[in-house]
Write a protein that binds this ligand. Structure first.
Ligand SMILES: [Zn+2]
Length: 483
């Protein structure tokens, strides 16, 4: 196989191609690991419209050829991605106690409004013992149940985690040795059909160099977008047909080695999850380019499995070739996808902690205020002032509603600004309004000022900005004018 067979796509693809060389890892390994990491960051809030119960979480394992250690991929990703996609938690989990601890930490961070509701499980499911390593029996049960339960941990028997409510969703990125992997295949301990795996390759010499820093910016924006939109992703007609073909082909697996049929059952599942994950990085519907990139990763995992499990490789290659040809035959017309549906409930229907399926995930009320002040560290978004008060020494700021509370403005971060008391009064009295691109206008002098400071995950709903402007100027569109 050559590197070219992996179709790199979007900011994660840019990241893999830019950063893999210097880090001494193979770009495709880094790409797959990054998809897994990213999916754990966005999976708690993104889903696929035609398949709403399935999160986009991708479980991946990277198999080291025995003797080749190298840098840990999740260590590398932690460094690269933690800025743009902070998970509530990413932790080596090797036993049931640590799994319980991970659940608790995730839940606490979410309650405090400072973390994502999901986490990434790293490390390895294997424990070392006499006669080599074997899968940790204490981990096997919860993980197997999570696989059957939409990637949510079971609530019973995992540490002190309280029964009766679903555990947090999680993804997985394991790094295992080839020897452990063969042991994995030989046992029915865990359902390896849910793992996409790669055998670890060494660094590629070639390394393209897209615009410096661009993938970081794109991913940070995508992360904020996902959390504020809670997107329900749709397929374009062409992408949908391609995905359907892959599923159908797998269902009629043909000459695939029967003894390993379990692995191949999930190919359609993998492709859909990866394509969905990639689409979130570009804030679009799922296009054929996402399906094709997802297939290129899955195809490589299938061939690696064939090697690691000593399958009849020619049958597997035949199957792959057939699928490659079918995908190319789908007419090139992409077609338009239905718009991505945000699944966040309407503001007016939000109770104190939200309501409906995804209730409680949009920060509301005091948790929104906490989140806002945490983001800005009490610095005013308009004038940058920070007020420090004594005894006990603390910073002071106010959460200002953009659409006023008395006008039914909701207590959500999309409708809040972190302001100093002066700017708060000026804003509430209409002495300051905001343009559509969030520049401050002094309505007394008519002067246009700077753009307000904006934390990268703070998405302000334009509807509220316009409402505020309309209230004080009577002209909704005035702010869209330039000076
Ligand atoms: Zn101020």
């Amino acid at each position: 196989m050559t590197e070219n067979e992996t179709l790199f796509r979007g900011p994660l693809g840019d990241m893999a191609q830019t950063e893999a060389g210097p880090a001494g890892v193979h770009p495709a390994d880094l790409y797959m690991a990054a998809v897994s990491w990213w999916s754990a960051a966005v999976a708690p809030v993104a889903s696929i419209a035609s398949w709403p119960d399935a999160p986009v979480t991708v479980w991946a394992s990277v198999v080291r050829r025995d003797g080749s250690e190298g840098d840990s991929l999740h260590g590398l990703l932690r460094r690269l991605l933690s800025e743009s996609a902070p998970l509530a938690l990413h932790h080596d989990v090797t036993n049931r106690r640590l799994l319980g601890a991970a659940c608790h930490a995730t839940l606490r961070a979410e309650r405090a409004g400072v973390g994502a509701p999901g986490f990434l499980l790293t490390g390895s499911p294997f424990t070392a013992g006499r006669g080599g390593s074997s899968i940790s029996m204490s981990l096997e049960g919860p993980i197997r149940q999570a696989w059957g339960g939409r990637n949510r941990l079971p609530t019973r028997g995992v540490g002190r985690y309280r029964a009766g409510r679903p555990g947090p969703p999680f993804g997985s990125l394991w790094e295992v040795s080839a020897r452990e992997w063969r042991g994995f295949l030989a046992t029915d301990a865990a359902t390896y059909s849910r793992l996409l795996h790669f055998s670890r390759r060494s660094a590629a010499a070639r390394c393209t160099d897209p615009e410096p820093g661009s993938w970081r910016h794109e991913l940070a924006a995508a992360y904020g977008w996902a959390f504020n939109t809670r997107p329900e992703l749709t397929y374009t007609p062409r992408a949908g047909r391609q995905w359907h073909m892959i599923r159908t082909a797998v269902d009629h697996g043909g000459d695939l080695p029967e003894q390993h049929a379990d692995f191949f059952v999930r190919i359609g599942d993998h492709v859909s999850r990866i394509a969905g994950t990639l689409a979130t990085t570009e804030r679009t519907a799922i296009h054929s380019a996402h399906v094709e990139s997802a297939w290129s990763l899955t195809r490589r995992a299938v061939l690696d499995t064939a090697d690691l499990a000593a399958m009849d490789r020619s049958a597997v290659e035949q199957f792959i070739k057939g699928l490659d040809e079918m995908l190319c035959d789908v007419e090139p017309e992409e077609g338009r996808a239905a718009p991505i549906r945000p699944i966040r409930p309407a503001y007016s229907s939000l109770g104190p902690r939200g309501s409906g399926r995804h209730g409680g995930k949009t920060a509301t009320g005091s948790s929104a205020v906490r989140k806002l002040k945490e983001w800005y560290q009490d610095q005013c978004q308009m004038c940058a002032a920070v007020l420090v008060l004594p005894s006990p020494r603390h910073r002071y700021s106010e959460a200002a509603h953009i659409r006023a509370r008395e006008d039914d403005g909701p207590d959500v971060v999309e409708n809040l600004l972190c302001l100093c008391p002066n700017c708060h009064v000026l804003f509430d009295a209409g002495a300051r309004i905001l343009t559509d691109d969030l520049r401050v206008v002094d309505t007394v002098t008519g002067r246009f000022g700077e753009r307000i400071r904006l934390h990268r995950w703070h998405f302000i709903e334009l509807e509220f900005v316009r409402h505020h402007r309309r209230r004080w100027t009577g002209d909704e569109r005035r702010g869209a004018l330039s000076d």
